[in-house]
Design a protein around this ligand. Structure first.
Ligand code: NAD
Ligand code: TYD
Length: 376
């Protein structure tokens, strides 16, 4: 199988590429990435010389390039992660989000359609797997501000924290109600993917996952940004009151779900991915302070004073909470890590990989890798 993974130099994509390259030596894995500010080939240093791996620098919006690539590499399956992914950036620059997330996805869909329809077997054995987010469903209400036991039994390993902050969850058939330009662009791309199944019979799958955390996440997102700020004793800008709730999943558990769904998921289905792991931002921030201070040998909660409440994000969604029962029951997936373990691993990874962080924050990674591939 020749598999195209888009956005493989980004946070989640790099974990998916690593998993596939290591687990499937007989597949050829083509990582296509534009190397925007969020793409960093340093994330894949450990597998870059593998025989079953190839990197291609390209923009998914470049339709001719996508058509050539589908044919030249005889692509059988696509796992599409390339996107603009940060809500705050989408508020400042929505056009870039519409371009990459909507037009880029459409360009990839059409290139896949033209190539696969030109083959004698057409769509037989082919798959277009689109990675989306829970943010397309909009925002849930925070009806239990102190949290309650969730009304379903979570898997034993899934959560120690085990609280729900509302009575409702995002299900696969929850109505799309995106609020941010980011989630609106992802929602639009999801609709295009489903339309290609319904109109042309393309074997598509869409998954909607909750917030991911773990190594190699760009430090504009809450968890890596705050770990780095605590380390350097910089202020921690908490939006609003810090009461917003997010549902967190360790990135390698998302990558395992993607592997399972790519191989075993039913065509035209949607699967929600999440670990039943809701946290208020302010509580997570306290866990981060406690963990970083302990690992660095500082006094307990020595850095609590870094918390700085700032103006809220425009249109800030109050609560996200995924119900992933379908994935757990139908395909037997479950998260492997408890949150406390995942946070410990994550904090230690960022503290142990200060050079990675310094390269990213200084912008050095871009100069090095971009010029390397531009010259090819
Ligand atoms: P990321 O921003 O870390 O990485 C995105 C990657 O896409 C980068 O490597 C970037 O260079 C590449 N890219 C951007 N525009 C491109 C273009 N026009 N052509 C080719 N490549 C391009 O994002 P992430 O957090 O790893 O998210 C990956 C996917 O998963 C996205 O589709 C996102 O919507 C989805 N998702 C993310 C989360 C999360 O918590 N991070 C949760 C659910 C779903
Ligand atoms: P983020 O990591 O940007 O993910 P998303 O917006 O996709 O959920 O933010 C996670 C939560 O943390 C979100 O409620 C916004 C909040 N937040 C802050 O309070 N301060 C910050 O500096 C950032 C980046 C996020």
């Amino acid at each position: 199988m020749n598999i195209l993974i888009t956005g493989g130099a980004g946070f989640i994509g790099s974990h998916v590429v690593r998993l596939f390259v290591n687990k499937y030596p007989s597949y050829k894995i083509i990582n296509l990435d534009k190397l925007t500010y969020a793409g960093n080939l340093e994330n894949l240093k450990d597998i870059e010389d593998r025989e079953n791996y190839k990197f291609v620098k390209a923009d998914i919006c470049d339709f001719d390039a996508m058509c050539r690539l589908m044919k030249d590499e005889a692509i059988d399956g696509i796992i599409h992660l390339a996107a603009e992914s940060h809500v705050d950036r989408s508020i400042k620059d929505p056009f870039t989000f519409a371009r990459t997330n909507v037009m880029g996805t459409l360009s990839l869909l059409q290139a896949a359609k033209l190539y696969w329809e030109s083959l004698p077997e057409r769509y037989e054995g082919k798959r277009f797997y689109h990675i989306s987010t829970d943010e397309v469903y909009g925002a849930l209400e925070l009806t239990h501000p102190k949290g309650i036991e969730p009304p379903f039994s979570t898997t034993a390993s899934s959560s120690q924290h085990h609280l729900a902050y509302g009575d409702t969850f995002f299900y696969e058939d929850t109505k799309y109600q995106p609020h941010s330009p980011y989630s609106a662009s992802k929602a639009s791309s999801d609709h295009f993917v489903r339309a290609y199944h319904d109109t042309y019979g393309m074997p598509t799958i869409v998954t909607n996952c909750s917030n991911n955390y773990g190594p190699y996440q760009f430090p504009e997102k809450l968890i890596p940004l705050f770990i780095n700020n605590i380390r350097h004793r910089k202020p921690l800008p908490v939006y609003g009151k810090g009461e917003n709730v997010r549902d967190w999943l360790y990135v390698e558990d998302h990558a395992r779900a993607i592997d399972l769904i790519f191989h075993k998921g039913k065509v035209a289905e949607t699967y929600n991915i999440g670990g039943f792991n809701e946290w208020k931002n302010i509580d997570i921030i306290k866990v981060l302070i406690k963990t970083v201070d302990r690992v660095l040998g500082r006094g307990e909660f020595e850095d609590l004073g870094l918390i700085t409440y700032v103006t809220d994000r425009a249109g800030h969604d109050m609560r996200y909470a995924i119900d992933s029962t379908k994935l757990q029951k139908e395909l037997g997936w479950e998260p492997s890590l408890q949150f406390e373990e995942g946070i410990e691993k994550t904090v230690r990874w960022y503290l142990d990989n200060q050079k990675w962080m310094d390269n990213v924050t200084s912008g050095d990674y871009q100069n090095y890798y971009s010029s390397m591939y531009d010259n090819r």
